[in-house]
Design a protein around this ligand. Structure first.
Ligand code: GLA
Length: 552
């Protein structure tokens, strides 16, 4: 008798086939679910009680590059929400913070955007126009902007895409998009954070697109910061209408850091690395380094994550009472260099074993790369990182700069061993050369030239601003954009790493009145050949009497 019973065998074979098919279908469904949840990492973090439900979605528009040259590296600055919440935001507080930004050395490390978040800074008048809340901002929101620009900083303001802001204390932009963006432009905002509260029934893509169009119509170049906490998957479409978008819910309740939540946000944000690049950034929220509840180790770890993930570096602590350790962390130029790298690549997780994780995938402009080893365990951990784990040949001979100890070792072959404290990181730059240049870090002595002509005879008046690169290289001469008004000319001269922009106005033939121009200049990072963020500054001219003569 044959050992095989063909009929039964074929039935068993069929059964196996059916089981296989079912397994395949289950696997496909599971994979689809997993990849979907990978792209909605913020869902599990959803603590935002005011989050509105999404309105109907419009089709995703083709992403197009913005040609304003803004935020080609992640924006750096300070915003009040994390530490203060709504109160006590007012002119005195913001000016004190501005002064502290300058005196603490944060400005010299590249932090530039600063201004009020939600706090009652404006109202809507019966005629529909926004007006400053003068009880809180006696110099007016334009006056505050001028103060900030004169200090060599950039002006950030806040509003909402819905009917009211999140607290409902301030009007939102819904149905007033064009007039509001015009008003923000008149206040001379350089950065506008636009929240997503009270937007019931609004289409998120259409709404933020309208706001983008309104910003363009207003004519002042502005960094557009979308704040929908990941709602509407902004990483899929917002690069066409803005420069950064929140990927997750708020990082903390005002006043108190939440370490565990911040780390969850880092893990959620890293999954979106493919969507970030020059001019369009994932924003895992403002920083909590230096806030109550954070240890020095946690501050450094947090800052390392934000630097490696090319996240906007918007400080959220009270700069007036910052400890020396916090200041040292926030101004570590080696870490900032990784964040401000001209290639603009967001780093991500390479592997994780539940306690230790290796983060990398961040090539830098000079051919080096940044990596980070994070310890989530309770004990100090020693770890050997092998070169092939970070894409290098095992036989490669490399130099390693430790960003936090500032030590350089090498040449090392095979890999590098690090010791990492609990909650700590080792953040390293690995290079074939024993040289770790800093990319451009731009600092201005002022962003506002104010000139005043007297009398009716033609005059030539000049005002200068100086732009310094705190990075390693001397930059090529900045190129001033075309299209300046006939009364204005700009000359650029260079002294080492500083360049002076001399703005000269000729008043011949001008009528009495106020004149204003925005000057744009562009440059290229010399090592990588990548374009740098465009530089913009304001020129104001007051002509007190009609002036004789013709323009030359
Ligand atoms: C939202 C934003 C915060 C802050 C508050 C203001 O929660 O995510 O960053 O702007 O609104 O109410």
């Amino acid at each position: 008798m044959s050992r095989f019973r063909p009929l039964e065998l074929s039935r068993a074979g069929q059964r196996r086939k059916i089981v296989k098919k079912i397994c395949l279908i289950v696997a496909v469904v599971l994979c689809a679910l997993l990849s979907f949840t990978a792209f909605v990492p913020f869902r599990e973090l959803s603590l935002h009680t005011r989050r509105p439900s999404l309105g109907p979605q419009s089709p995703v528009p083709a992403v197009h590059a913005l040609d304003d040259g803004l935020a080609l590296t992640p924006p750096m600055g300070w915003y009040p929400w994390n530490i203060f919440g709504e109160e006590p935001q007012n002119e005195k507080l913001i000016k004190e913070i501005v002064d502290a930004l300058v005196s603490s050395g944060l400005k010299d490390a590249g932090y530039a955007f600063v201004g009020p978040d939600e706090g009652i800074c404006f109202y809507r008048q019966p005629d529909g126009r926004l007006t400053t809340n003068l009880a809180r901002y006696p110099s007016g929101l334009r006056g505050l902007g001028d103060y900030i620009h004169k200090k060599g900083l950039k002006y950030a303001l806040y509003t909402d895409a819905g009917t009211r802001t999140c607290s409902t204390a301030m009007p939102g932009t819904k149905d007033h998009e064009f007039e509001d963006m015009r008003q923000f432009s008149e206040w001379r905002a350089d950065y506008i954070k636009i929240d997503w509260c009270n937007t019931e029934g609004q289409d998120i893509v259409k709404t933020y697109t309208t706001l983008h169009d309104a910003q363009h119509a207003a004519g002042r170049p502005v960094v557009h910061s979308l704040c929908s906490w990941g709602d509407g998957y902004p990483w899929r479409w917002a690069a066409g209408v803005g420069h950064l978008w929140r990927t997750t819910t708020d990082i903390c309740a005002p006043g108190q850091a939440d370490w565990a939540r911040a780390i969850r946000i880092a893990w959620a944000n890293e999954k979106l690395s493919a969507f970030a690049g020059p001019g369009h950034w994932n924003d895992p929220d403002m920083m909590i380094a230096g806030m109550p509840g954070m240890s020095e180790t946690q501050d450094r770890t947090f800052f390392s994550f934000w630097c490696l993930m090319a996240a906007p570096l918007i400080a959220g602590n009270d700069l007036r009472s910052m400890s020396e350790a916090t200041k040292k962390t926030l101004t570590n130029l080696e870490a900032i260099a990784i964040n401000q790298d001209p290639l603009g690549i967001q780093g991500k997780v390479i592997w994780a074993d539940g306690t230790i994780s290796l983060w990398g995938g961040k090539p830098l402009f000079d051919g080096s790369q940044a990596i980070l080893v994070f310890n989530q365990g309770r004990h100090e951990a020693k770890k050997q990182i092998e070169w092939p784990e970070i894409g290098l040949d095992a036989a490669a001979s490399c130099y390693v700069q430790n960003v936090w100890t500032q030590e350089t070792s090498g040449p090392l072959t095979g890999g590098v061993t690090v010791s990492v404290a609990p909650d700590g990181v080792a953040m390293l730059r690995v290079s074939a050369k024993n040289d770790f240049p800093l990319p451009p870090i731009i600092v201005a002595d002022s962003y506002l030239v104010s000139l005043r002509s007297t009398g009716s005879a033609p005059q030539k008046l000049s005002g200068a601003i100086t732009i310094t690169n705190k990075g390693s290289a001397e930059l090529p001469l900045w190129k001033v954009g075309e299209g300046l008004p006939a009364w204005l000319s700009v000359a650029v001269t260079k002294t080492g790493k500083s360049q002076t922009f001399t703005s000269t106005v000729c008043t011949a033939g001008l009528k009495k009145g106020l004149y204003h121009a925005v000057v744009r200049a562009d440059n290229t990072e010399p090592v990588s050949g990548k374009p740098m963020s465009a530089l913009y500054y304001d020129v104001d001219l007051e002509v007190t009497k009609d002036v004789r003569g013709q323009l030359k």
